[in-house]
Design a protein around this ligand. Structure first.
Ligand SMILES: [Fe+2]
Length: 403
């Protein structure tokens, strides 16, 4: 029942407050083109928000030079951290206000992009970020935001959501509004090429999870569906290549595009139980988000198999050069095998360290609650189903049989 309510709530939200895709640049030189667009758009005082290590590696040197040559006055904020806090947002806001910045360029991972989303919106909405917590709280259009993601997984460069950690309550605060979506984004394979193999595989599997959860959501939009299928095709084909050889810039670009399309798809349809469970595991054990998703994904696919047979069969038909059968049941099973095989190719472990039986009740309760409040899932779980998944993770079993 609640899943049905979520279905209509998500459908209404995405219909009446649609997410607009950023103008996209991709391939070699994409960052330079984005910078040029900012200059052409008349921005004179850009604020660059960048991950500290990228700044130290000289990743934005060329960008700063281009702005300076065009007569712009650039401000740089590089004190971004994983799980950004309100303190970081406030520090960044102070710099932007003092330097009268007129636009924001973010170069970095999901945390940097989340920081930039909230900063650009706060700058035109009273400069108090805490007042923007929640859904549809951005009244005035944010300062124009441009994004260059340095990882391929979160899809943050195309989503309408940002997450900031409140250190006083130890809670993550969500900011949801289509106005957070950047004006334009650049998928620059040179920037992503330095991502280590383990991060490449786990963030890529996060993107794949976004696409599959979008495709199996009971909320349907034809454009989200099309992008989810494209994302799955791109990720299944190119993630193993990017994992094996990070310097393959074409593979990097295709994985980044897959992540972008998956981000757009799930921002319209919502997510599912893989994310509901992984969020709780990460909260308990600080497990990286992509890794937790990658380990849980094959198990939730098996849980959904009975109701998603047609959907999985469609995906198998989209992926297989020559589908082995006309039988949907066989095709659905082949799709799951294909994801197992991909997980092995990019060396996703079958287990996660540190899971304790004593936490199972709390993890199951909170995962069910998250799904019940937020997602339009194809098949509702019970606490016992979540615990079966957790036990399979402890046992190191990719396969799982539900009672
Ligand atoms: Fe995710």
């Amino acid at each position: 029942m609640r899943s049905t309510i979520n279905k209509y709530a998500i459908k209404c939200l995405s219909t009446f407050f649609p997410t607009k895709k950023p103008t996209l640049f991709q391939g070699l030189g994409a960052t330079a083109k984005l910078t040029e667009l900012m200059v052409v758009n008349g921005h004179k005082r850009p604020l660059i928000i960048v991950d500290g290590f990228l700044n130290a590696n000289g990743a934005i040197k060329g960008t700063v030079e281009s702005f300076t040559q065009a007569g712009c006055e650039v401000s740089v904020f590089d004190e971004v951290a994983a799980n950004p806090t309100f303190k970081i947002v406030e520090d960044c806001l102070s710099l932007a206000i003092a330097n009268k910045c007129d636009s924001v360029l973010v170069v970095g991972g999901g945390s940097a992009i989340d920081t930039a989303k909230v900063v650009s919106a706060a700058l035109t909405n009273g400069a108090v970020s805490s007042k923007l917590i929640g859904m549809l709280k951005v009244k005035n259009p944010p300062l124009p935001l441009y994004a260059v993601p340095s990882t391929s997984g979160t899809g943050s460069e195309v989503t309408a959501i940002a997450v900031i950690s409140d250190t006083s309550t130890h809670k993550k605060q969500f900011f949801i509004d289509p106005k957070y979506v950047p004006v334009s984004a650049a998928l620059d394979p040179e920037l992503i090429a330095s991502l280590p193999p383990e991060m490449t595989s786990t963030t890529g599997m996060d993107a794949l999870t976004h696409a599959i959860e979008a495709y199996t959501s009971t909320v349907k939009f034809s454009d989200a569906e099309r992008d989810a299928v494209s994302a799955i095709r791109l990720l299944v084909k190119y993630l193993p290549i990017a994992y094996q050889d990070g310097s393959d810039l074409h593979a990097r670009e295709m994985v980044a595009l897959g992540s972008f399309l998956a981000g757009y798809a799930f921002s319209k349809t919502g997510l599912g139980y893989v994310h509901a469970i992984s969020h709780q595991i990460s909260a308990h054990y600080n497990t990286p988000h992509g890794l937790a998703n990658a380990v849980i994904l094959p198990k939730v696919l098996r849980y959904n198999q009975s109701v998603c047979q047609s959907r999985f069969a469609e995906l198998e038909r989209a992926l297989a050069t020559q589908p082995k059968s006309l039988d949907e049941k066989v095709l659905a099973a082949d799709f799951i095998k294909r994801i197992d095989q991909l997980s092995e190719e990019v060396q996703i472990p079958a287990t996660l360290e540190g899971l304790k039986d004593s936490d199972f009740d709390a993890i199951a309760r909170d995962a069910l609650s998250e799904a019940k409040e937020s997602y339009a899932v194809p098949k509702v779980m019970k606490a016992s189903n979540v615990k079966t998944i957790l036990q399979a993770i402890v046992n190191g079993e990719r396969n799982v049989v539900f009672a």
